[in-house]
Design a protein around this ligand. Structure first.
Ligand code: FES
Length: 250
């Protein structure tokens, strides 16, 4: 059962173009044990920010929760103005995260695109402590948008790609997957075309969907997505955001 709390902002800083790293603290962090779940954050201040924004957890460590978000509209632009000591209305954690409990001694490839990358960091940290070997393939549009290369480097080998070739390897992440040999399992989060390309790879794994949300608690149908089984559809906020590869239509 999710809870709501006014968490305290410790830091909110720009780490790449339009991309902020937000650190908060509060009792709610004790609930945030499953990577891939999301927090539903109320920005407040007027009707235009009335809907909560789903933001993913990039790390939980030493009483600090780290969220990485991109400024995509008025709500997240407002969030970027918040400062140390401000309170943040947080509902969560929500959704079904990555199933990590029984994964040991595997070669894991994390495949992330843009703002889909942050939850893979928290996931990679947990998988590393369970004896897995971590490889990361992180895709961005341009050099100025690159973030968390060093953080993923602490988990294992990292390859960065940019669409325009301004940093790392040129092209999409899926152009470079074949360079990682002996992979047992993939975990990916990013835009749908990327997830579709990853799902077409002959490797088992999980995908985490980024979907526009309304209520974030399974009540409004804003986030429905077609399922490949008898359910017909699933709600990303309640049934996901993490699904087995092939479970949903991408
Ligand atoms: Fe309302 Fe998912 S956001 S049902």
């Amino acid at each position: 059962m999710q809870k709501v709390e006014q968490m305290t902002i410790l830091e909110n800083r720009l780490i790449a173009k339009d991309t902020y790293e937000l650190k908060v603290t509060g009792a709610l962090m004790n609930e945030m044990r499953t990577p891939g779940q999301f927090l539903h954050i109320a920005i407040g201040d007027g009707w235009e920010h009335v809907l909560r924004r789903p933001l993913s957890i990039a790390n939980v460590d030493h009483h600090i929760v780290t969220i990485v978000y991109k400024v995509l509209g008025k709500g997240t632009a407002k969030l970027a103005t918040k400062r140390q000591g401000d309170q943040l209305d947080v509902l969560g954690p929500r959704g079904n995260g990555f199933p990590v409990e029984n994964i040991h001694d595997c070669n894991i490839l994390l495949i992330g695109g843009g703002v889909g990358i942050p939850p893979l960091h928290y996931l990679g940290k947990q998988l590393l402590t369970q004896g897995n070997q971590i490889f990361s393939l992180l895709g961005f549009q341009t050099k100025e948008q690159v973030f968390y290369e060093r953080e993923f480097g602490r988990l294992g080998e990292v390859m960065v790609t940019t669409d325009d070739g301004s940093y790392g390897k040129k092209g999409r992440v899926t152009d470079h997957v074949a360079q990682f040999k002996g992979i047992d399992l993939t975990f990916s989060c990013g835009p749908k075309p990327m997830l579709k390309a990853v799902s077409d790879l002959p490797l088992p794994g999980y995908v985490s969907l980024e979907e526009r949300m309304g209520c974030g608690i399974g009540a409004c149908f804003a986030c429905v997505c077609e399922a490949n089984d008898e359910r017909g559809y699933v709600k990303v906020c309640a049934d996901g955001p993490v699904f087995r590869k092939g479970e949903v239509v991408l």
